[in-house]
Structure formats: structure tokens, C-alpha cells
Design a protein around this ligand. Sequence first.
Ligand code: SF4
Length: 372
Amino acid sequence: MKLTFPRIGDSHIYGRLLFQEIGIDIVIPAPNSTEGLERGSAKAPEDICLPFKIMIDNLLSAWEQGADTVVMPATMGPCRLGEYGELLAVVLRKQGCDYRWILLDALSAVGSKELLHRLGQVVEGSPCRKRQILSALSETYSIIKNFEKLEAEVRMLSPYDCRRGASKSILRNCRRGLEKASDISNALEIIRESRRELEELDRDKERDPLRFLVTGEIYTQIDAFGNHHVEDILMDLGVSFEKSISIGWWIRNTILNPFGGMLSEAKKNPLMPHRIGGYAKETVNEALRWKKEGFDGIIQMFPVGCMPEIVAKSVFDGLAKDEGLPVLTIVFDEMGGEAGYLTRIEAFVDMLYRKREMNDVLSGNRCGVCKH
Ligand code: SF4
């Protein structure tokens, strides 16, 4: 058995370390690219959403390298992601890729017995004992948590760097180190070392950068190619930002705590009390944090054709009109050019700095002439 999985964000880093630790052969698809997206688009149903097209290329690439089994995270609808597994199987079979499929559906959808059975199928080729497998799983989860914590700190701290781009470069080097890490303990040490470097950086605490919340569809939240490297753009523009949705978040909410979070959220969110598919509800939940936590604005991202996020956008439109929520919605399509996205984000940032300046002048904290 040679396992593979769609390449989403840093999943290739975590997957390699985990499966190597438990002695399972895996194939990592080639990095996501414009050429890959073109190949995936040519084989996908015309109006399917962007992540599906990228995943087709991922799995074609893995098949060419000898993979025979796919492990696929799924949610069982109601949005299209729930059908991705079945539809991908049909499309890939037509291309001659006769994979065996293991769908990791949500615990709430298939029940614990079925999910455990499927997880058992994933590790059936491992020579390790159950205890070793569980320990490798827990250590990999610890890598995910620690690396995502480092990412979150870099997103918040990078605008304060005395040497511009220093935090961003620590994060980039850490990710490169993890890609080459010899094993799980080496990976954990690389993250610890990066954290030490981050703590030692000189920072200018006098600065007062804009603070954004970045939210939206899960694939574009997690995958840098899928969101045209929007995080790098924001760091280069000197904006501080938070982003909740990540691979670790998905594991916590889908596998570790599938009921608790969702049920308690339903009561808290009057704007979208029911789940409508994808992660639209979480997107709207984030908007509720905007005023309470004093963010300057929200950036919502989703791929063209994403149905749940279009509904979330209409909630944002209402909030923008009624409560003055500053929101920038970016819909990513298959065009490779990044200049258009960059210009819109720059304009949004400029506009919010001006708004802050105006508020300061009106409240008497700043002179309207010299702006000091
Ligand atoms: S959330 Fe949106 S982009 Fe993702 S699978 Fe569903 S419809 Fe497609």
C-alpha cells in the first residue's frame, strides 16, 4: 500500500513526519502550481469549485509517482466538499487512476465505530504497535499545534519588527526546516529554535498597526497557493492579523471535539444559527468578534463558485450597511496574476488608516492640519 492525500497547506509536512514514524510508505503530490491547476481544471466538471481542481492534479501527480490509496478528509455535505471523495474517484478513474479510497468523514456524520474502522484502514500497513501509532499521532498533533502557534505569533508581531520582514523570514525558515526534518523530535526542536529566535527579535512597541481578522472558506484559509499568498502580502504591508481556521482547527473540531464546539456556537450566533455547509458559520462567527475585540477590519476569502461563503458574504454585506463593518471580500479564481488582489488589499489598508486618522482628528487626539 502506498498512501497519498491532497496537498493542502502544510499537510505534506505533517503527513510525511507521521507516516515515516509509523513505517508507512507515502507519496507526496507535487507542489500546487498554476500548471497543476490548469491540468486539474481540464479534467474537472466545469462549474466545480477551485479546491477540487487542485486536488485532481494532486492525485494525478501522486498516481504518477506510484501511489495506490487516497486518504481524504471529508464532511459529508451539505456543501460540495461532502461529495469530493466520490466525485474525485469517478473523475480519476476516467483518467486511469484506480485508487482505493479511505474517506475521513466527520465523527458526527459516520459515528465513532465507523471512523475508527477507517482510521484503522489508514494504518493497517504499519509494522508498529497500537501504542506507538497513538504516540506518533499525538506527537504529530503537537507539531501542528506548536507550528500554528508560531504562525499566529508571527502574524501578530511582524509589523513591530525593527528589521523589516525578520519574523516572516523566521517562519519561512522554520517551514523549510520542517520540510527536511529527519523525524518528529527533530521537527519539534526546529519549532522550539524558531520560537527562541522570534522572542529575541528587536521590536518597536510604539507602532500601532491595523489589526485584521482573516476568515473564509477553509481551503483558501489553509493553502497559500489557493489564497495567492495573502498572508505574505499582509505582512509586507505591515498589518497585524489573526486567522482561526487551520489544519489544527479542523482536527480539533472534526475529530477531537466534533459536537461541543458546534452546538455551543449555534446558540451564540444569531446571524447564522444553522450550519449551511462548508465553514460559512465559522466565517460569520468571526465577524461577531470584530467589535468585541476591537479589530480594524475583516478580510473574507473564498474560491469562485463557493456556495456557503456567498451566503456568509451576504451576512457581511448587511453588517457593513447596518453597523459599518469594514470588510474586504476576495474571491479567488483561476487567474494566476496577483497584482489585482494586491491593489485591492493595499486600497483597503490605506482606507482604514485614513479612517483611523479621521476618527483621531474628530476625537481631538490628533491635529487636523499637521496630523500629529
Ligand atoms: S466550502 Fe466552498 S469551495 Fe469548499 S467545497 Fe464547499 S462549495 Fe467548494
